[in-house]
Design a protein around this ligand. Structure first.
Ligand SMILES: Cc1cc2nc3c(=O)[nH]c(=O)nc-3n(C[C@H](O)[C@H](O)[C@H](O)COP(=O)(O)O)c2cc1C
Length: 205
């Protein structure tokens, strides 16, 4: 297993709040002695799943689009990472379109799980940390859809979603960077994530 955490920045806007959140989480990981790789998922176009169902029976449950884009390489990163971090804005009460298209392409993982395929069965359960931002300062259900989607998608790959960091009223590209309280929370989350991982690894059964 690749021991490098993978941090996915899922906004289509570069150098905004999601990018900053990934940098802060990485800072936290490094503070605790770890490291990580940031993937700017929002920069990638993915071929949409068309529900053909071929991944139910194809060798390795491969998607028919596997060679057409980078989706599979990102699934592989998720599968081999000791922990993952997702940072995303809310777009229209949900996740940005490229991220959602990527999630739909994860359908092969669900099919593989249903078929008890070794690719999925052999994966250890690992933590997934998430941070989402929304421009609106209020809104009880602002994150609800996105949270549910993310949780079930991550489950396919045995990634257990931890209580997400959710921030309202973060809109301009610098809003998160300029908010020291939120920034600290994210760095802290990265610090704890690495300590938790190394603690679990060293714990005797
Ligand atoms: C297409 C689009 C849709 C958005 N929809 C919502 C929304 O439904 N609710 C909300 O509170 N903010 C919404 N926002 C605001 C973003 O969530 C907010 O600007 C966020 O901080 C962007 O994060 P980023 O800097 O990582 O891109 C939307 C922004 C865009 C561009």
């Amino acid at each position: 297993m690749n021991r490098i955490p993978v941090l996915f920045s899922c906004s289509h806007r570069r150098s905004g709040n999601s990018d900053r959140a990934c940098e802060l989480f990485l800072e936290g990981l490094r503070f605790s002695g770890g490291d990580g790789e940031i993937v700017y998922l929002g920069d990638y176009d993915f071929v949409p799943c068309n529900g053909c169902g071929k991944c139910r029976t194809s060798p390795g449950h491969h998607c028919v689009h596997i060679k057409k884009d980078a989706a599979q390489s990102f699934f592989e990163k998720m599968m081999s990472a000791p922990l993952v971090f997702f940072a995303s804005p809310i777009y229209f009460y949900h996740l940005p379109s490229r991220f959602k298209t990527f999630i739909d392409r994860g359908q092969w993982g669900w099919e593989a799980g249903q078929a008890m395929a070794p690719e999925i069965l052999s994966l250890p359960v690992r933590p997934a940390y998430c941070m989402m931002v929304a421009g609106r300062p209020k809104g009880e259900r602002l994150f609800q859809g996105a949270e549910l989607t993310l949780k079930f998608f991550l489950d396919f790959f045995h990634l257990k979603m931890q209580p997400p960091l959710l921030f309202r009223g973060i809109d301009g590209p610098e809003d998160l960077a300029e908010n020291s309280e939120i920034s600290e929370l994210i760095v802290d989350s990265g610090k704890k994530a690495w300590l938790e991982y190394t603690g679990n690894k060293n714990r005797r059964p």
